[in-house]
Design a protein around this ligand. Structure first.
Ligand code: RIB
Ligand code: CA
Length: 313
């Protein structure tokens, strides 16, 4: 089977880093055409630097990394150093990148790549705020019919918010962009907090990363050791939720996940619930379904897959 062509749009972020590593550890299944950085967990200069740090950690300085939008479409940037640390990759000590940042803007890379590849060939995998994706759709509406699908981490329904009482961080940072993406008509598969809060790096799972004994295994153990603090303190979790790797794991083993095809709309006006993903899980409205909204994951299967693939790097 030919590898699935994807673009990873990301705001590394320790969990983004693990997602990128999982994708790069799976060349027989996934062809990463490029990585586009967006402002989110930390500002754009850091997310575009961290994406390159992770590529070099994976031994893949050949993967082109592009800088994208440095702020949301319609509001000031909100970052999450309180979760990810000042650098966005706190935990391990990793060398600054040697590989260069590409000259083109990330939005132009997304547009040019989707236009160049066969229609239906490219899957977009956003792991942060949806600013770059929305800008690409606004600048080049023709690409929306050419994108195979979008598999993104963002939103929440039963889990409600992690940055406000009602909103998940990626959607909250840029609700306007999320609204554009969910109304684009492109097939969207959503990995919300409802799923990612079930993918927790418990101590035995962290020990398995460390036991790989490789620079990647040890770095992942140190990353998740660092960024579990927020969730342990807030939710009393038993470990760090591996939000973004759920997107890549879905590409590799969709059978690990279950969900429903429902309508999802984004709150873009109310200050009280800004960025909420209003998922019609119980189908109580006549709003047309527009997203495959995941609700559960086989966590043991997920971590078996992840640990096995990371062990290849
Ligand atoms: O709410 C979790 C999401 O926000 C993850 O993608 C994490 O990396 C942050 O971007
Ligand atoms: Ca992210």
């Amino acid at each position: 089977m030919t590898p699935r062509k994807i673009i990873i749009d990301t705001d590394p972020g320790q969990d983004d880093a693990v997602a990128i590593l999982l994708a790069l550890a799976s060349p027989e299944d996934i062809d990463v055409l490029g990585i586009t950085a967006v402002a989110g967990n930390v500002p754009l200069p850091l997310t575009s630097k961290n994406a390159r740090i992770v590529c070099e950690l994976a031994g893949r300085p050949d993967v082109p990394v592009y800088a994208g939008c440095d702020r949301p479409l319609g509001r000031a940037l909100v970052t999450a150093e309180h979760v990810h640390g000042k650098t966005g990759l706190n935990g391990p000590v990793l060398p600054d990148p040697v590989m260069p940042l590409q000259q083109d803007h990330a939005v132009d890379f997304i547009i040019d790549t989707v236009r160049r590849e066969d229609s239906g060939a490219v899957t977009l995998c956003p792991l942060g705020p949806l600013t770059n994706i929305a800008m690409a759709f606004e600048k080049a509406p023709d690409i929306m019919d050419r994108v195979a699908e979008i598999v993104l981490m963002g939103g929440a329904y039963f889990e409600v918010g992690n940055i406000t009482p009602t909103a998940e961080f990626n959607i909250y940072v840029d609700p306007q962009a999320a609204d554009i993406v969910f109304k684009s008509g492109v097939e969207v598969t959503v990995m919300p907090l409802d799923v990612t809060h079930k993918a927790l790096v418990t101590k035995p799972r962290n020990d398995r990363f460390r036991a790989l004994g490789t620079p990647v295994g040890i770095a992942v153990a140190e990353m998740t050791d660092f960024f579990e603090r927020f969730d342990k303190e807030k939710y009393g979790s038993t470990g760090a939720p591996l939000h973004d790797p759920c997107v890549i794991a879905y590409l590799l083993r969709p059978d690990l996940f279950t969900g429903r095809h429902v309508n999802v709309e984004i709150e873009t006006r109310s200050d009280l619930t800004l960025g909420m993903t209003v998922a019609d899980w119980w189908r109580v409205t006549d709003r047309a379904p527009n997203a495959m909204f995941m609700g559960d994951v086989d966590a043991d299967g997920f971590f078996d897959l992840l640990t096995d693939r990371l062990g290849r790097l």
